[in-house]
Write a protein that binds this ligand. Structure first.
Ligand SMILES: Nc1ccn([C@H]2C[C@H](O)[C@@H](COP(=O)(O)OP(=O)(O)OP(=O)(O)O)O2)c(=O)n1
Length: 199
């Protein structure tokens, strides 16, 4: 079951679902979603001379990422073909019986701005800001202003609570993330399970 505006308000009031700050609930709570605003920090990917990035190499993943913080009154210009990481301004806490989906807003989609190029799932138990995978599929640069409503979260109720919510198990590498986080896929090998057995 997908939560309606009334269900979302009820869960927010009960305090187990958290979206913080929720400065303008009337504007941000939509019929079956909550609009989230864009934060100030962005991670941009540099052109690089290395032949490829090995996801297992922390150095290769981190070295070609640079951070930009947009000052008051300024915009972040997303150029055609760009792929950058942004963040929601809000921090969320998803209770163990809900899953949240990060969705784009139609108004930005109509300008060819995509807010989650691939991953869009917030696990039951997840806490933190949400990293947005922003790209511009169009032909004109688009100005993104921190504070603008950039994405929406929908919530689906699970049939039963997750027994091992995000954060309770090995892995959970993005729990309590603050600002956009580059991929931490290189830590997967620490937790095991990502190699095929030798035949
Ligand atoms: N666009 C998104 C999608 C997800 N998340 C957060 C909420 C998710 O609960 C958490 C983990 O997402 P995934 O399970 O998709 O990521 P991984 O499988 O790579 O990470 P892990 O191994 O920690 O589960 O990241 C985010 O910040 N921004």
């Amino acid at each position: 079951m997908i939560l309606s505006d009334a269900d979302i308000l009820e869960r927010l009031e009960a305090g187990d679902l958290v979206v913080d700050p929720l400065d303008d609930p009337e504007l941000q709570i939509q019929p079956a979603s909550i609009d989230l605003r864009l934060g100030r920090e962005f991670l941009e990917f540099q052109r690089t001379n290395i032949p490829c990035i090995h996801p297992n190499s922390e150095q290769e993943v981190d070295e070609y990422v640079t951070e930009t913080i947009v000052e008051d009154g300024d915009d972040f210009i997303l150029h055609p073909g760009d792929f950058v990481l942004g963040t929601t301004h809000e921090r969320v806490e998803i209770p163990p019986d809900l899953i949240a989906h990060v969705e784009g807003r139609s108004s930005l989609g109509r300008l060819a701005v995509v807010v989650h190029a691939t991953a869009g799932l917030c696990d039951p138990g997840y806490r933190g800001q949400i990293t947005l995978e922003l790209s511009n599929l169009g032909t004109a640069p688009v100005a993104l202003t921190p504070g603008m409503r950039i994405s929406q979260l929908t919530f689906t109720e699970l049939k039963t609570e997750a027994e091992r919510p995000y954060g309770s198990e090995r892995g959970s590498k993005y729990q309590d993330q603050d600002g956009p986080q580059a991929s931490r896929i290189q830590s997967d090998h620490e937790f095991g399970g990502d190699q095929l057995e030798r035949e």
